[in-house]
Design a protein around this ligand. Structure first.
Ligand code: S3P
Length: 172
């Protein structure tokens, strides 16, 4: 089989692990087209993620994420930053791994809480106790994020270091 020169790179991980920031920089450095699953869904629905959750509910949003993955992407040349819950749905991580290389950005619940506590655009974290919610979700999601081709701890590392780590591992 022909070896792809620039296989797609899927960036997954919990909210607040820096997927969009790291993804844009890696895409720039590696000459990949940057695609953000949340932005693609918002553009198609002509609504923000918060509006989709409020008016249609989470299950509808999850169906939109599944459709985004199933419609596929060019086989090479794209970096796709995935919403935190996207690879959690059954079978999705397997599809991502068929379509490219999957990198997980990892962080602790406390670190995620610190990075997300002032944001208001993540409906799942607009609850009375966001830290408890993060811990609960992380317990379910972490084993799935760990199925990626490469897991990168983001805590104690600068954005530049994480970007460098992803770029080096992608080239291997
Ligand atoms: C979600 C993560 C968000 C967004 C939505 C749900 C999740 O994306 O898709 O609010 O379930 O973890 P980010 O991970 O880019 O914040």
């Amino acid at each position: 089989m022909k070896k792809l020169s620039k296989p797609n790179l899927y960036l997954v991980g919990f909210m607040g692990t820096g997927k969009s920031t790291v993804g844009r920089l890696v895409a720039q450095r590696m000459g990949l087209e940057f695609i953000d699953s949340d932005h693609a869904i918002e553009a198609a629905a002509e609504k923000s993620i918060s509006e989709i959750f409020a008016s249609e509910g989470e299950p509808v949003f999850r169906r939109m994420e599944k459709a985004f993955v199933e419609k596929g992407h060019p086989r090479e040349g794209c970096l796709i930053s995935c919403g935190g819950g996207l690879p959690v749905q059954p079978g999705i991580m397997e599809i991502l791994k068929e379509q490219g290389l999957v990198f997980s950005l990892m962080a602790s619940a406390a670190g995620i809480y610190e990075r997300t506590r002032h944001t208001t655009d993540r409906p799942l974290l607009q609850v009375a106790d966001p830290l408890a919610e993060i811990e609960k979700l992380l317990e379910v999601r972490e084993p799935i994020y760990r199925k990626a081709n490469c897991c990168i701890l983001t805590e104690g590392r600068t954005v530049g270091e994480v970007v460098g780590h992803v770029c080096r591992s992608y080239k291997l």
